[in-house]
Design a protein around this ligand. Structure first.
Ligand code: UN1
Length: 523
């Protein structure tokens, strides 16, 4: 059901009431869907608060250790039915899911705003990202191609086919509370997998609402539960999934610290993990940059989602000849950008997710100053009238040096470190010196500079952007990064192969048994 037009999008309570009504959310919501929604009565609950004003949005009854075996058992049962459905038929199911999501762009988008503080345009953009990947998955359902290989033996056929893995685990972060799930889940499902989702407890309601929408479609089509959900208090389900060899593939999006733990646990059982961990993304702005495009690209990259994207621009590497002019303009943007209630028109920077993020913001700036940095803008925690329980900070611009320890770390907050360079090789060296390798950008109209940045000696990241910012990737490309970002690729291109098991098939249709490599073995 589409969201009824709400009178005033800025009225928090009114938006909440309309969104909850549209999505079927209540004061207490079950966070466990294992084929049926678990009864909340008698379960431990967690409270979900809005970062906008600290108001409690709802309680969520969480899953615990005791729920795990049933969850896995039901997922495996669903898999045995689903994997037998032809892939193009599976695509039709994903198409129906995409159609249903289209009806909920407004309400689910606004729920994202209420729960994690995104502006409505970004919240709705996130739902759009789900719809887009759904379309991609539908097309893919008829294109799960394997290659045929010329055999060296007569009357032999050699080819590859791709099978589903079975039950795939997907652990997501708060900052893209439903889009990242869809990248994984909708692609995994057209291949024939069943998905268990463990979302961030900070974004439990978005996960619950998404699971409700999706499963309503499956129910109507008489299909088994393909998209299961287990909200927990933090670690329980994630650890279970990591250590369980019945989960051949575990996708994890989150911090490098937790990702390392997940990767080690999965590797110890020789399973596969798909990691999308932290970024420390930089934009190089050269003397040949279009100044307006560079300014807007850097501003969006650094400020969107209040600096809480994996793809957020965290380092700005500026050519010395344009340094003062560019910084003057950027400082003005930082001083005038509207920070506040994301539901209000004109606000571009909403709150941070919680008080720990505010603490991380303060500590990072303090460390930069201690290392010799200079604050050009920001460095203020904001208490906004009527939003006293919210978590607002003034976006910070800090002049620093590339080798400051804090500059080499990812802080999930709107802090942009500004660094100066003279030669492009030096800028690229600065760019590549951090441990993370997700997204990168160069702003330049000089072909030679651009091609240098894209060459083997250029950016070492999984994503490279030219005259557009580090954030805001489209779903059609493979998304992910190198080094401590974890090496995973998800979303578009041929990332689907990550969710599938490759089988090389050799068929002898002749009347003798020639051996490969000319080996003789006469018995
Ligand atoms: C993330 O922050 O985990 O490229 C994902 C972007 C978004 C996805 C970010 N499309 O900024």
């Amino acid at each position: 059901m589409p969201l009824a037009t709400i009178g005033d999008e800025t009225n928090f309570d009114e938006v909440k009431a309309a969104v909850f009504a549209s999505l079927g959310l209540q004061a207490v919501n079950s966070g466990l869907y294992d084929g049926v929604w678990a009864d909340s009565a008698g379960r431990k609950t967690i409270a979900v608060h809005s970062p906008i004003n600290g108001a409690k949005l709802a309680d969520v009854a969480v899953a615990g250790e005791g729920d795990y075996e049933r969850l896995i058992g039901n997922a495996r049962d669903a898999y045995s039915a689903w994997s037998r459905v032809p892939a193009p038929k599976r695509g039709e199911v994903v198409r129906a899911i995409g159609d249903k999501l289209r009806e909920y762009v407004d309400s689910l988008g606004l729920l994202v705003s209420l729960e994690v503080g995104k502006t409505p345009t970004e919240g709705k953009g996130e739902v759009q990202e789900m719809i887009d990947i759904g379309d991609f998955a539908v097309g893919l359902s008829r294109q799960l191609y394997g290659v045929t290989i010329a055999s060296e033996r007569p009357e032999h056929r050699l080819y590859e086919q791709w099978h589903p893995y079975g039950v795939v685990g997907v652990i997501t972060a708060f900052n893209f509370p439903c889009a990242v799930w869809s990248w994984n889940a909708l692609i995994a499902s057209v291949i024939g997998n069943v998905v268990i989702w463990k979302p961030s407890p900070n974004a439990a309601l978005t996960a619950i609402a998404t699971t409700k929408i999706v499963n309503r479609v499956l129910d109507e089509m008489g299909l088994p539960p393909l998209f299961l959900l287990a909200v927990d208090e933090g670690r329980t389900i994630g650890e279970k999934l990591s250590n369980d060899k019945r989960i051949p593939l575990l996708s994890f999006t989150g911090s490098i610290r937790t990702g390392r733990r997940v990767a080690q646990a999965v590797a110890a059982r020789l399973g596969r993990s798909l990691l999308e961990l932290g970024g420390n993304n930089a934009a190089i702005v050269t003397a040949a940059a279009d100044p307006e495009i560079a300014l807007r690209g850097v501003a969006f990259g650094a400020l969107a989602t209040a600096g809480q994207r994996c793809t957020t621009t965290r380092r700005l590497i500026l050519h010395e000849s344009i340094y003062d002019r560019f910084i003057a303009k950027l400082t003005r943007v930082y001083e005038t950008v509207k920070v506040g209630n994301p539901l209000e028109p004109g606000v571009l920077v909403g709150p941070l997710i919680n008080q720990y993020a505010v603490m991380a913001y303060r500590q990072a700036i303090q460390r930069a100053v201690d290392e010799g940095g200079r604050v050009l803008a920001g460095n203020r925690v904001l208490t906004l009238p009527g939003l006293e329980g919210g978590h607002y900070v003034a976006p910070a611009l800090v002049e620093g040096m590339p080798d400051f320890e804090i500059v080499c770390e990812e802080t999930f907050a709107p802090i942009l470190y500004v660094l100066k360079y003279r030669e492009l090789d030096e800028a690229i060296a600065i760019h590549n010196r951090v441990d993370q390798g997700l997204s990168s950008a160069i702003f330049s109209t000089d072909l030679r500079e651009v091609e240098r940045f894209l060459s083997l000696r250029g950016s070492d990241c999984g994503l490279a952007n030219v005259n557009t910012g580090t954030a805001g990737a489209e779903i059609g490309g493979a998304f992910g990064g190198e080094k401590e970002t974890g090496g995973g690729r998800e979303s578009g291109s041929d990332s689907w192969k990550v969710y599938a098991r490759r089988q090389t098939v050799t068929i002898n249709y002749g009347e003798s048994l020639p051996l490969a490599q000319g080996v003789r073995f006469e018995v």
